[in-house]
Design a protein around this ligand. Structure first.
Ligand SMILES: Nc1ncnc2c1ncn2[C@@H]1O[C@H](COP(=O)(O)OP(=O)(O)OP(=O)(O)O)[C@@H](O)[C@H]1O
Length: 217
């Protein structure tokens, strides 16, 4: 479960990106966070992942109060989170397979079990037949699906995606939302930040809207 209670986030310099946000997301929910540019969507996701800390208010993620979380506990929190963020670039000199393998390598997985999991993740996003390809040879939509495979290979209970359809054509954007819906159907809690409300019409889910840092719906 994810629970925000009266959360404020003020960045150094004084800008108040979130104001009095109270929100509960049940395990297994699929939630789209929408709103204008600068509304606070990215900030909300960063707070869930403890990339940023709230200025005040409490945030509970999987039973842990993030306001009190010690730095040393952050890796344990992140183990249950899959992140699809713009600043997490693919490694363009490594194969599709190796890009997805990387997070498992870092956490010291048995190589054979890791390879099995990598292929399972690639299969779920429809890229199993491209495992030897270099990311540069993939379409924009395929690259985004690769980023999702990398985010889910550790089998997180919560998947956070920031503008995952940002620079994709509508057809690719729908494909990406289909992938999230499929993960959600097997029980993963999914939060997707997007300013593109049009593509959501064909994808059911709860829609949460931010306006200048405040929840409006
Ligand atoms: N590290 C930071 N330092 C100072 N201000 C910040 C920082 N990060 C974000 N902001 C400001 O907080 C506000 C909310 O930003 P945020 O990225 O959460 O919005 P957003 O809804 O995701 O917007 P976009 O759709 O453009 O990505 C913006 O006005 C932004 O300039």
């Amino acid at each position: 479960m994810i629970s925000f209670s009266h959360v404020y986030k003020r960045y150094p310099g004084g800008y108040e990106a979130l104001k009095d946000v109270t929100l509960t997301i049940a395990p297994g929910e699929l939630v789209y966070i929408t709103g204008h540019s600068g509304a606070g969507k990215t900030t909300l996701l960063k707070l869930v992942a403890a990339i940023e800390r709230p200025t005040s208010g409490s945030i509970i993620v999987n039973g842990q109060n993030l306001a009190q979380l010690r730095r040393s506990a952050i890796p344990y929190l992140r183990r249950n989170l899959g992140l699809v963020f713009q600043d997490q670039k693919l490694l363009f000199d490594r194969s599709v397979f190796d890009n997805v393998m990387l997070p498992l390598e870092v956490s010291g997985f048995d190589r054979r079990e890791a390879a099995r999991r990598v292929r399972a993740a690639l299969d779920k996003v429809g890229l199993l037949n491209r495992e030897k390809a270099l990311p540069i040879t993939l379409s924009g939509g395929e690259q985004q699906r690769l980023a999702i495979a990398r985010a889910v290979v550790g089998r997180p209970s919560i998947l956070l995606a920031d503008e995952p359809t940002g620079n994709l054509d509508t057809a690719y954007a729908h494909e990406i939302l289909d992938v999230f819906a499929a993960f959600n159907r097997v029980g993963v809690t999914v939060l997707v930040a997007t300013h593109d409300e049009a593509i959501l019409r064909s994808h059911p889910g709860r829609v949460v809207t931010l306006k200048q840092g405040e929840l409006v719906a």
